[in-house]
Design a protein around this ligand. Structure first.
Ligand code: DXP
Length: 265
């Protein structure tokens, strides 16, 4: 069974996985993994596309185009508002899309987003007509501010990029889901294994953006299948309604004089 379709900035999607294009051992492995993941949105870095090595850059492009996915250019590696805004503008011209994954980093040790610069850059890019997907921390007030500015999608981190630590602060992520019920939320970064993705989807997150866990797996294609199944399972569970945790035991085998069928709700 397939989980329901969803919308991102007016675009209907069936897969809830956004996938990165870096760190794969070879272009073929990347293409096979992306196909196996069933992702319909691929994030690409402008810096990588304009690398000095024009020939391999061109081949990379052809492969990306052959996948026929939506492109989400990112401003990976930008540390200032100016750099991020300029990169977003160049990406819009190069990739012909107004979508941008906005990354403005504030710390080079854990690659944590700079919340102040992120707000400033978001303000500028929205007024320039971009549809911004901000890579942000899980701070509620920051997220509320980004929504006030016009973001329909937020991408809070699960853990630092490339760390594979999973959801370090489920409480904060759960709070965001509860307080921003009408905003599309994706966990971006730090997902290490399929069960981390299941956890995010069961919390009610709309999707996941990930790269390292698939690209650095021993068998990226197989791992991509695992993530595709996990994400579908997590969303189906959320849609089906996960049972609440109880403090006490409750017999699941009916005793005499008790009805076999229960009315829910
Ligand atoms: C490709 C990309 O955008 C990454 O910066 C993203 O944040 C994914 O992080 P992981 O590599 O930890 O999945």
């Amino acid at each position: 069974m397939k989980a329901s379709n969803w919308q991102v900035y007016g675009q209907t999607l069936s897969s809830r996985l956004f996938i990165g294009t870096a760190l794969y051992p070879s272009p073929k492995v990347m293409v096979d993994a992306i196909k196996a993941s069933k992702a319909e949105v691929i994030t690409v870095s402008l810096r990588r596309q304009t690398s000095a090595d024009k020939q391999s850059g061109g081949q990379f492009w052809q492969m990306i185009e052959s996948l026929n996915c939506h492109l989400l250019p990112n401003t990976a590696g930008c540390y200032s508002v100016k750099e991020a805004v300029n990169t977003a503008h160049m990406a819009r011209e190069l990739f012909d899309t107004d979508w941008v994954k906005l990354e403005v980093l504030g710390d080079s040790y854990n690659l944590q987003p700079d919340p102040f610069a992120l707000v400033e850059a978001t303000k500028i890019l929205i007024s320039d007509g971009f549809k911004v997907f901000p890579y942000c921390t899980d701070d509620l007030v920051l997220c509320q501010k980004l929504v006030e500015l016009g973001c329909e999608v937020l991408m809070p981190w699960g853990a630092p990029i490339g760390s594979g630590q999973g959801l370090l602060n489920p409480y904060a992520l759960k709070t965001l889901r509860e307080r921003l019920p009408n905003i599309t939320l994706l966990v971006d970064a730090g997902i290490g294994k399929p069960s981390d993705a299941v956890q995010a989807l069961e919390l009610g997150y709309d999707g996941i953006l990930l790269n390292t866990a698939i690209a650095e797996a021993l068998e990226p294609e197989k791992m991509a299948y695992a993530f595709a199944d996990a994400i579908n399972a997590g969303r189906l569970a959320y849609e089906a309604g996960v049972m609440p945790k109880r403090d006490n035991a409750k017999p699941s085998t009916p005793t005499l004089d008790q009805p076999i069928w229960q009315q829910h709700g």
